[in-house]
Design a protein around this ligand. Structure first.
Ligand code: TRP
Length: 335
C-alpha cells in the first residue's frame, strides 16, 4: 500500500451544519485526500473567537454539527486526524513564538484584514487577535509541518504569509519547516437557492444532511430562468439556477434531456423542481443516513475528536520540541 509521506492540513471555522457549498468547495476534497496523504483536519474554534469573541455561545454546537457532517460526508477517523484547534495548545505556543519574528506590516497588509473590518462593521475587529488571524493560521499549518493545504482561493493571501514566515523562521534558526503549498483543488461553483454564491450569511443554503422533506421544500423555492414567466414559454437553462444543480447531481443523460425539454417548454419549472428534488434526495441519501445514525449516537463525534486531538498533539509536540531547540528556549533540565 502507499506510504503516506506527505502531510495535508486544513481547517474550517465552526459555522454549524455543512451546506452544499462547503461540501463541494472543501469537504469532498478532504475526503479524497485522506487516502493519499497523512491528513489533519480541524475545527478552528479559536479563529471563530477572533470575530465572535463577544458572542461565543454557538461555537460548541457549531463544532459538533460541523464534525458530525464531516463524518457523514465520509471523513474516516481511521484514515485522518480530526480535531479541535483549542485542544492542541501547541498551536498557541507556536503562534506566540512566531509573533516575535513577524513584522507588523506583514499582517497589516494581508487584504482580508481590512476587507473583513470593512464588511463586518457591526463587530469591532480592530483587535490584536484579529490582526493575528493569519499568523495563527500559519501556526495551525506549520505545527504539523504540512506540505499541502487544501483551501479556496480566498485563502491565498494567508498561505502567502505562511510561506514568508516559514522562510524568515528557517533563515534565523535553521530548516525546521517545509514551505506549505496551497492545494486549490478545482471545485464546482455552487450557487445558493437564489443564484448568489451559497453562503450562510445570505440565507440561501441547502444543508448537506437535510431530511428529505427539507430538501424537497428548499428546491421548490429555487430561482429559475427569470424570463420564463408562463409554463408554455421556452426556458433558457444557461441562466437557470436550478439547472446548475442538475449539473452537480444528475447524470449526463438527464442533464441533456432537461436542457432540451426546458428549451422546448416540454417540462415546466415545477416539474423540473420535483425531478431535481428526487435526484438530490437519492444522491444525498448515504450522507443523510450516516448523519442520522450519528445523531442517534453523538458519542461517535466526541470519540473521533478525542482520538484526533491525541494524534494531532503527538505530531505538534514533536514540532514544538524542534522549535524550542532551534530558538534556544529549551531546558532539558526540566524534562
Ligand atoms: N481561515 C480559514 C477559513 O476561513 C480557516 C483556517 C484556520 C484554516 N486555520 C487554517 C484553513 C489552517 C487552512 C489551514 O476558511
Amino acid at each position: 500500500m502507499n506510504q503516506k509521506t506527505q502531510f495535508v492540513l486544513s481547517g474550517l471555522r465552526p459555522t454549524g451544519r455543512v451546506h452544499l457549498g462547503n461540501y463541494f468547495g472543501a469537504i469532498r476534497n478532504w475526503v479524497r485526500l485522506q487516502d493519499s496523504y497523512r491528513a489533519y483536519y480541524f475545527v478552528a474554534d479559536w479563529h471563530a473567537l477572533t470575530s465572535d469573541y463577544a458572542d461565543p455561545q454557538n461555537v460548541r454546537q457549531a463544532t459538533f454539527d460541523a464534525v458530525a457532517d464531516w463524518l457523514a460526508a465520509g471523513l474516516d477517523p481511521k484514515k485522518c486526524s480530526i480535531f479541535v484547534q483549542s485542544e492542541v495548545k501547541e498551536h498557541a505556543e507556536l503562534h506566540l513564538l512566531l509573533s516575535m519574528i513577524t513584522p507588523l506590516p506583514w499582517l497589516e497588509r494581508v487584504p482580508t484584514f481590512k476587507d473583513q473590518q470593512a464588511q463586518l462593521v457591526e463587530k469591532d475587529l480592530n483587535t490584536y487577535g484579529f490582526l493575528g488571524y493569519p499568523l495563527l493560521q500559519t501556526a495551525d499549518i506549520i505545527v504539523y509541518r504540512a506540505n499541502f493545504v487544501p483551501v479556496g482561493e480566498d485563502q491565498a493571501s494567508h498561505l502567502e504569509l505562511s510561506r514568508e514566515i516559514v522562510r524568515r523562521f528557517n533563515n534565523f534558526y535553521g530548516d525546521v519547516f517545509p514551505e506549505p503549498q496551497p492545494l486549490f483543488t478545482e471545485s464546482p461553483k455552487v450557487p445558493g437557492l437564489d443564484g448568489r454564491k451559497m453562503s450562510k450569511s445570505y440565507g440561501n443554503t441547502i444543508p448537506l444532511s437535510a431530511p428529505a422533506d427539507e430538501i424537497r421544500a428548499l428546491v421548490m423555492t429555487m430561482f429559475t430562468d427569470p424570463n420564463r414567466i408562463r409554463r408554455k414559454d421556452p426556458g433558457n437553462p444557461d441562466i437557470c439556477n436550478l439547472f446548475q444543480f442538475h449539473k452537480l447531481f444528475s447524470d449526463q443523460e438527464t442533464v441533456a434531456r432537461v436542457d432540451h425539454e426546458c428549451r422546448t417548454a416540454q417540462i415546466g419549472c415545477v416539474d423540473d423542481k420535483k425531478l431535481l428534488a428526487e435526484i438530490m434526495v437519492e444522491n444525498l441519501r448515504p450522507i443523510r443516513e450516516r448523519r442520522e445514525a450519528i445523531d442517534r449516537d453523538p458519542s461517535v463525534v466526541w470519540d473521533a475528536l478525542r482520538e484526533g486531538n491525541r494524534s494531532a498533539r503527538e505530531r505538534a509536540a514533536e514540532t514544538l520540541e524542534q522549535v524550542r531547540r532551534a530558538m534556544k528556549i529549551d531546558y532539558p533540565e526540566f524534562r
